[in-house]
Design a protein around this ligand. Structure first.
Ligand SMILES: NC(=O)c1ccc[n+]([C@@H]2O[C@H](COP(=O)([O-])OP(=O)(O)OC[C@H]3O[C@@H](n4cnc5c(N)ncnc54)[C@H](OP(=O)(O)O)[C@@H]3O)[C@@H](O)[C@H]2O)c1
Length: 285
């Protein structure tokens, strides 16, 4: 019998959000199976010491290899878990991905899938605020070729497939729809969204056009929202889904807030934490 709050799986443990979630879950008393993919060069082993050195990791963290190109590879990591946080994102769209493995492991009560505002807001509509009832439009994206269009198609099709798969197979699936994620990070790589958000500080003016009118969220709130939605008794209907710049609509968090979630960080804190973290890690600002 697992002690603490039980065992959960986090896919994409080496990533920005995945690694922050692992830290948070260990602090919250969960045991964690984290999946990482093998290095493309078998001679270069991935350094996961930033995960294994986390407080509590020696007793409560298992690291396992799994790749989205092989859904079966997730089975071992999902075995015995009460919840699965599917955070990893593939470069290409992979139908059904790791959800198939969740189905065959009976201990899994709920899958929390990390979607993206890109799956919601890129449809050419004029609304100032959108929520999870909107979908990005594949045709619109293919013709307009807006910045990030292929990623947006991949996230849209994947979220639809994940929700449909859950419905068809009686698997509880909840999706979280973060906007641009900013804040501190423990992963060794400078996360793409942090780099873009701090583009002015990094002296990369051209990148600023992509983010200067983009809604943002603190990475800690993203991690907390994922855990909140695992623990919520009934999260159904609670999904959160320039230079001449790109104006993105705001993304409404009404359902998450109505379900009782409280955001803790404002825009200023996102920047302060991200800048402090970059300084500590030696990124030149
Ligand atoms: N950051 C944002 O602003 C933002 C906003 C909205 C939504 N999201 C979503 O949040 C999730 C995490 O994003 P992130 O910013 O943390 O990205 P990230 O740092 O690039 O992390 C992505 C993770 O996915 C893993 N991955 C990629 N291809 C894989 C494959 N074929 N098999 C297994 N794992 C694979 C990566 O592994 P490697 O380390 O081996 O590459 C990495 O651990 C994604 O689903 C993304 O769409 C992010």
């Amino acid at each position: 019998m697992e002690g603490g709050k039980g065992r959960v799986c986090v896919t994409g443990g080496t990533g920005f959000i995945g690694s922050w979630m692992i830290k948070k879950l260990l602090e919250d008393g969960y045991s964690v199976n984290a999946t990482v993919r093998s290095s493309s060069n078998p001679e270069h082993k991935k350094d996961v010491s930033f995960l294994t050195n986390l407080a509590g990791a020696s007793q409560k963290l298992e690291i396992m290899k799994a790749d989205l190109r092989n859904p079966e590879s997730f089975k071992e990591a999902i075995e015995g878990c009460i919840g699965v946080f599917h955070v990893a994102t593939p470069v290409d769209f992979e139908e059904r991905e790791a959800e198939e493995a969740c189905l065959s492991v009976k201990s899994v009560k709920r899958v929390i899938y990390t979607s993206s505002a890109s799956a919601v807001t890129m449809n050419g509509k004029e609304e100032q605020v959108m929520d999870e009832s909107f979908w990005s439009d594949e045709e619109y994206l293919r013709t307009s070729k807006k910045f990030g269009w292929s990623y947006a198609i991949s996230k849209t099709l994947t979220e639809k497939a994940v929700l449909e798969f859950g419905d068809k197979n009686g698997l509880q699936v909840v999706t979280v729809i973060p906007t641009f994620v900013l804040g501190p990070f423990i992963c060794p790589k400078l996360p793409g969204s942090v780099r873009s958000s701090l583009s002015l500080a990094f002296g990369e003016k051209e990148r600023f056009g992509y983010i200067h009118e983009t809604p943002m969220v603190h990475v800690d709130d993203v991690a907390r929202a994922h855990i909140f939605l695992l623990e919520h008794p009934n999260p159904k209907g609670s999904s959160v889904k320039e230079v001449k710049g790109l104006k993105l609509p705001d993304l409404s968090s009404k359902k998450l807030i109505d379900a009782g979630f409280k955001f803790e960080y404002g825009l200023e804190q996102m920047f302060v934490d991200a800048i402090e973290c970059c300084k500590q890690k030696g990124y030149y600002l």
